[in-house]
Design a binder for this molecule. Sequence first.
Ligand code: MEV
Length: 344
Amino acid sequence: MSSTDLVTFPGRGGTGAEPGRPGVGRAHGKAILLGEHAVVYGAPALVMPMPQLTVTVHATRFACPGDGADKISFAIAGQHPAPVTPLVTDGLQYLVERFRERAAVTGRMCADVLIDSDIPQGRGLGSSAACARAAGLALAAAFGRPLDPAAVYDLVQASETVAHGRASGIDALATGATAPLLFRGGSARELPITLSGPRPAGVFVVADSGAGGSTKEAVELLRDRFEQDEQIKEAFVRRVSELTTAALRDLEDGRLTGFGAHMTENHRLLRDLGISTEPIDAMVEAALAAGGLGAKITGGGLGGCMIALAGDPGQAEAVAHGIQEAGAVRTWVVPVGRFASHDR
Ligand code: MEV
């Protein structure tokens, strides 16, 4: 992958090269609009960043003690209640190893790494990729080794592959993007949509079912299913590719109703493969009954979140209310468009 086709930003980081001054890295959540799972098999997917869900990581170097090993200790800020699954995963530990190689750090590395994340875990909103991205950027700043976007992507992908088994790269890019993306085959381009203008861009409502789901298990479930029946895989990947391509044209031409219908069909395909859950299906139906233009599960599934499209903020409010009545524990309203990067 070339660095020129990545739509990422390096994130904020002080020089912080001396012990004691923290390096800071930031990233954010994401929600997949269409194409999850099929994207693992080469289909295109549409994804939007969720700037209201951020993760900030501070990496503070300290003088290494006498013995020979690196010491990178992770801590989590302000998680009340404590997360069910540990935020400091094998993926993050692996990221540290890869960071040393990729950033060509020759001396010992000793740092305290503090992760402060708003992104709920195991909800398909990109928590693991965002933590990895922010941690990589913070380490780069703390050790005075700036990384280009391709290097950041490689680090996050390495960490994601440990966390999820097989990762398409969509989360690694979207958690650093400042605009919705069309992702395919490891690279992405920004979608041509703005918050205001002659064409309505719509408003998305993302809702948390309150139940965690493992992306790793969901990816493995489909891999096993597809290994048993290649035709099911081909039909799924082909149909999702068609839906995503048609939805992209809808978005470009301002046909929100068409976009929503493609989302809903994508949900039914995922549901039929066992990726959805009853609570998520109920939230999808409630969103449609409340006037939503389309609705589907988002992310890895087997729990987690759903996403609905509304035509305007008033409709989004009604849709959010309907989804809450159906059991959502949290909702976020996300207007479609570009936002300022964290690099300020
Ligand atoms: C996870 O956000 C999206 C999946 O398609 C996995 C991936 O693309 O890496 C389920």
